[in-house]
Write a protein that binds this ligand. Structure first.
Ligand code: A3P
Ligand code: MG
Ligand code: MG
Length: 353
């Protein structure tokens, strides 16, 4: 956090050559844009209602649109079965998966992979835009494989413990929207069966212990990535297109009343939504817009690959992929970033390790 650098809002300039951030320029003139290859799913695992680990897709949910007449996303807040956020899981789920799936991916030691959750990559990706929330990572190299794990900062822990009732409720809205937008089985053609599944989702208390995770491989230039990502649900064909399921990311956001609010939504929220979904190859983001009382007002679908064009056309979008390449290549290489005055991340970005 260097105070002499401009804030993201005032400081970032872009043109076709990259990003200019104060006096820094990403990428350096000599480098070309890195290529992030299309993710390919290797398998799935999940967590049950007591947070027990399960291999396979039994926790996968199926998209079925929420009813806009639903009274409020606050409904059932008093029966919310909430995960204990102080329990640390690190990379356990993903490692359990790899142990049980016995993947050959670890055997190519000429080009060992980097193992991480998608959330870590999302944080790195959004780094230039989010100068408010800090984060910390731990990196472990074992048998040439690099494991990257997010560890909670003291500020994050304090933020979680000091959450107000209102913040807890707003957080619940996100989970409630997921619960009102999904079915526990693929949408049946039989009307009565469908009605039963809809009644089931209305009755069931929201439980955020349950999760479905996709494990996939991708690469960033020469770096092989093995990643895990929590996925909200799937739409239509379980096999998807080109070997990747038609997963859907569900989000809630405050209803926008004017073009300024729309601009802010595109500039700040769509950036995060896009990054989170793009990195895991999730083709669709479905946003439930709600008012300040948690009443669902409208639902909008965004195709992930169309989001950059949508936002860039309004002058906000920057080619962030270029920028975080430097950080990532430093991490992935043997040259781990050294801590310097500017902090390891800026150091890494500005002088290439
Ligand atoms: P919204 O994103 O709709 O608010 P995700 O969308 O990543 O699947 O997460 C589901 C919900 O978990 C979010 O819904 C939000 O309510 C809650 N959540 C996820 N990450 C959070 C964070 N870092 N801080 C607070 N709440 C979070
Ligand atoms: Mg989710
Ligand atoms: Mg979601």
């Amino acid at each position: 956090r260097r105070r002499d650098l401009p804030t993201a809002q005032e400081g970032i300039q872009t043109d076709t050559s990259g990003i200019h951030f104060g006096k820094l320029r990403f990428p350096p003139a000599s480098s070309r844009p890195p290529v992030y290859s299309r993710p390919k799913e290797l398998g799935t695992f999940g967590y049950g209602s007591d947070r027990e680990f399960v291999m396979g897709s039994q926790e996968l949910k199926y998209y079925y649109p929420a009813d806009l007449n639903h009274p409020s996303l606050s409904e059932g807040f008093d029966t919310f079965i909430e995960r204990d956020s102080t329990k640390v899981e690190n990379l356990n789920g993903l490692l359990n998966y790899f142990i049980q799936a016995d993947h050959p991916q670890f055997e190519r030691l000429d080009n060992p992979p980097i193992v991480l959750y998608r959330g870590v990559l999302t944080k790195i990706f959004c780094l230039l835009y989010n100068r408010r929330d800090g984060f910390s990572l731990s990196a472990t190299r074992f048998n040439k494989v690099l494991f990257l794990n997010e560890t909670k900062t003291e500020a994050k822990k304090a933020q979680e413990t000091n959450q107000s009732e209102r913040q807890k409720l707003m957080c619940y809205w996100g989970y409630k929207f997921e619960s009102l937008s999904t079915l526990s089985k693929p949408c049946p053609s039989d009307k009565q069966e469908l009605e039963e599944l809809i009644q089931e989702r209305l009755r069931s208390p929201v439980n955020n212990h349950n999760e479905h995770c996709s494990v996939f491989k991708s690469s960033l230039d020469n770096f092989r990535l093995l990643m895990g990502a929590e996925v909200d649900c799937i739409e239509g064909n379980p096999n998807g297109h080109a070997g990747f399921p038609d997963y859907v990311e569900l989000k809630t956001s405050r209803i926008m009343k004017d073009s300024h609010q729309r601009n802010m939504f595109e500039k700040h929220k769509l950036l995060k939504f896009w990054t989170q979904s793009f990195l895991a190859g999730i083709p669709k983001v479905i946003v439930g817009f709600r008012d300040d009382d948690g009443k669902l007002c409208s639902i909008e679908t965004f195709k992930t690959l169309e989001i950059p064009r949508l936002v860039r056309s309004k002058g906000h979008w920057v080619n962030a992929l270029l920028a975080f390449n430097d950080v990532f290549l430093c991490l992935g290489s043997k040259r781990m970033p050294r801590v310097c005055k500017a902090g390891p991340w800026l150091h890494c970005l500005s002088c290439k390790g």
